[in-house]
Design a protein around this ligand. Structure first.
Ligand code: BGC
Ligand code: CA
Length: 338
């Protein structure tokens, strides 16, 4: 016992001496390594793949230059059970911090318990847990964006285009016949985006007539299938397509192309995200507008939190929400450069 204490004191002295005289060399000797474990709900998701590519990019150039970050990314393939197991695996691998994009955002309890038991902080991202769950432990964080804002912005974009262009009301009945393509049922970005987009258009004085709401789970192919059914049901009656994300707007456009409609007979399409393909469709005037889901900002915020955890700094905010930005043919240049 005594011996051990002496040894400890000796160590402390050495450390102090080192701190006094070794300041300049601190970078080389300090072990600033952080291993990050990421699991996300599905590798087929376009937006998340682009967001994670940005995150990896950010980690290559950390603000703390001496920090060396390694990252392991796992695909939960749509199963919460798989994701729970992956969290176990990542903790066993020795990850210092986890970034979790929940499969079921209402069911993070097992993951939270595991992380807390092993003292590994979690940054949830994009799929927001309910507040009560995030309060379960003080090392839980969230990075994302406010669903309501994206819905309002999509509605504003659509209202502006409809007001400027009387041709959109193809049957000239003074109303805009519309359909909505929605993301997953339980996702914070689905119902909230739809509701706010529709309300915003109505509040601008435009009369809307709802034809159909279809769930297509954020997915381009599913959206194309839904849209093919809608086209055969409503033929040329559809004047506006509001999609909860760009991939589904693109799927709807695919359906019109496949049905051999000429572009002048298409409805107008609006998306959200500003993915690479979404921006291209906007540049080609196939998409009439989108709302930028700031993946660079979100990736940066996540990287910053990871760095703070890796260097034992305090994290100021538990929640970080990056603002959305409206993208039209006028300002698209700024986004294509990103
Ligand atoms: C994005 C979608 C994405 C979803 C995944 C949303 O915020 O807009 O494109 O599929 O997150 O959780
Ligand atoms: Ca009409």
């Amino acid at each position: 016992m005594r011996k051990k204490k002496k040894w400890l004191v000796g160590m402390l002295v050495i450390v102090n001496v080192f701190l006094l005289f070794g300041c300049g060399k601190r970078q080389e000797t300090r072990e600033d390594k952080v291993h990050i474990g990421v699991t996300y709900y599905n590798q087929s998701d376009t937006f998340l793949n682009e967001l994670l590519a940005q995150f990896k990019e950010q980690l290559k150039n950390p603000e703390h230059e001496e920090l060396e970050a390694t990252v392991t990314i796992l695909d939960a393939a749509g199963s919460q059970r798989t994701q729970d197991d992956q969290v176990k695996e990542l903790i066993d691998m020795g990850c210092d911090v986890l970034c979790v994009n929940l499969v079921d955002r209402a069911d993070p309890s097992e993951i939270i318990d595991l992380a807390r038991d092993h003292d590994v902080p979690i940054i949830f991202f994009n799929r927001e847990p309910v507040e009560e769950d995030l309060r379960q432990w003080d090392e839980l964080y969230y990075v994302g964006a406010e669903a309501k804002q994206s819905g309002v912005m999509q509605g504003e974009l659509a209202a502006e285009v409809i007001q400027k262009n009387t041709q959109i009301d193809k049957n000239r009945d003074g109303k805009i016949q519309y359909v909505v393509l929605e993301g997953e049922a339980g996702h914070q970005d689905s119902i909230i985006r739809t509701g706010n987009a529709v309300d915003t258009i109505k509040n601008s004085g435009i009369e809307l007539e709802k034809l159909s709401y279809q769930i297509a789970n954020w997915n381009r192919v599913q959206a194309q299938n839904r849209m093919e059914q809608l086209i055969s049901q409503y033929q040329n009656k559809i004047e506006l397509v509001l999609a909860n994300n760009d991939d589904m707007a693109l799927g709807a456009i695919d359906a019109y192309k496949k049905a051999n409609y000429t572009e002048s007979a298409w409805p107008v399409f609006f998306g959200i995200d500003g993915t690479d393909a979404g921006l291209r469709a906007l540049a080609d005037s196939e998409l009439s507008g989108t709302v930028y889901n700031d993946k660079e900002g979100q990736a940066k915020a996540m990287a910053k939190m990871v760095e703070a955890i890796g260097t034992d700094e305090e994290i100021a905010e538990k929640y970080v929400y990056l603002p959305y930005i409206k993208v039209t043919s006028e300002n698209i240049g700024e986004f294509l450069e990103k």
